[in-house]
Write a protein that binds this ligand. Sequence first.
Ligand SMILES: [Zn+2]
Length: 337
Amino acid sequence: MLGLQLSKRELAARTLDVTGCGRLLRATSAWQGLLTLNYHRIGDPGQSPFDRNLWSASEEDFDQQVSLLAKGFDVIGVGDLDEVLRRRRGRYVLITFDDGYRDNYSAAFPILKSHNVPATFFIATGFIDRPRAPWWDELAWMIRTTEKKSLEPNSWLTSPIEFDEPNRERAFGKLLAIYKGLGPEATDDYLEDLGDLLGTGRCPTASVGDMWMTWDMIRELRDAGMSIGGHTVNHPILANLPSDQQDWEIGECRRRLSAELRRPITAFSYPNGTRSSFNDFTRAALKQFGYSHAFTFHGGYARSGTDDNFALPRTAIETDVTLPMFRAKLTLPQMFA
Ligand SMILES: [Zn+2]
């Protein structure tokens, strides 16, 4: 069902592309507001043992996408948000990256610079301070490096999981979904138990290599006119945490960013980013710690004059977003973003 819907959307995007309707719509300003694009990693995942779904575009595709944006749109930074969201007219695009992966610096940054286009990088500070595999990458690593072919039901699983060879994506998806439903007291036990059951143990820091940017790299982004925002310390799903831990994740992240970058930090993106990943307490904590804008990960765009600056929508750019689909998102975000 989902596949059918996607292919219909893709077909519609291609029709928009070849009939020239897209150009007409772009020229007549069919929408007004802010369209925010969300990326994670740029490049080729190859045979990475980590979460391959995190790669958003190849370098070639990203270059084409940024080239399109540079020619036809006002691409803004977070410093422009207040004014842009208040304006009644205009179409603006914000390019965002989540987490702080090294390829943001080594692959995306040179492309952005070559087109003279700004982007915003939301950083989970704990990964920069103590480089290690984040929970989603660690789960993928366990599933891909274990010699086991299945997992029997246990205190975490109600039914057995057979591994789909050779990619094991479905097994990874199931174990990831279980993690996302756990409270903060259980997440580490879950990873420990899985490491034992799969015979892999926890992902060693040495296997992580140069996964994350360094603070010097992030300062270089800042100096080149890129915007930096918060994304917590340890990347928990905030709504799963009690209020004191939410406070700490939000406040400590901002403290580390401010200390390293010496700039006001005002924008934030919610880890996981669905509507259930944050709650009223999260919003209140963000305001208390001095944030003025926060981004979700559900699709759509912010219409001019939006009054909710703490649930700004973003549209995900992933490797299955073809160039016609990318153009369709820019032309008719009401339908495609
Ligand atoms: Zn994230």
